[in-house]
Ligand binder design. Structure first.
Ligand SMILES: [Zn+2]
Length: 108
């Protein structure tokens, strides 16, 4: 088995934090040393989806956002996300969720 070069995530994370002015790439909140706003290294494209450790694929996200995003990485949710994205691109944002069906036609 070949040994892979160890990826220094802590170092890269610090670089990303610096690049982003010490703020999370998602919520734009400043990072803290510990807690939910602690800086974590985020793969914009998850490794399981072919993402790499290249700088272009990396960003610093707070722990909270990273967790939140991570939970979206299962297949079902990902499919939903894709459907949502497709919907958003195909129709010009519908403001309300309230459906206006034909029944009870409103007076004009
Ligand atoms: Zn965040």
């Amino acid at each position: 088995m070949k040994k892979k070069l160890k990826f220094n995530s802590a170092k890269v994370r610090n670089e990303m934090v610096d690049l982003q002015g010490g703020k999370c790439c998602y919520c734009r909140q400043p990072f803290t040393e510990t807690g939910p706003k602690e800086a974590t290294l985020e793969h914009k494209k998850a490794k399981m989806h072919g993402g790499t450790n290249a700088r272009a694929n990396l960003a610093a996200a707070c722990w909270h956002c990273n967790q939140h995003r991570g939970s979206q990485m299962n297949a079902t949710k990902l499919r939903k996300e894709k459907a949502k994205a497709a919907r958003l691109t195909s129709t010009p944002q519908q403001a309300t969720g309230g459906r206006q069906d034909a029944q009870g036609a409103s007076p004009v």
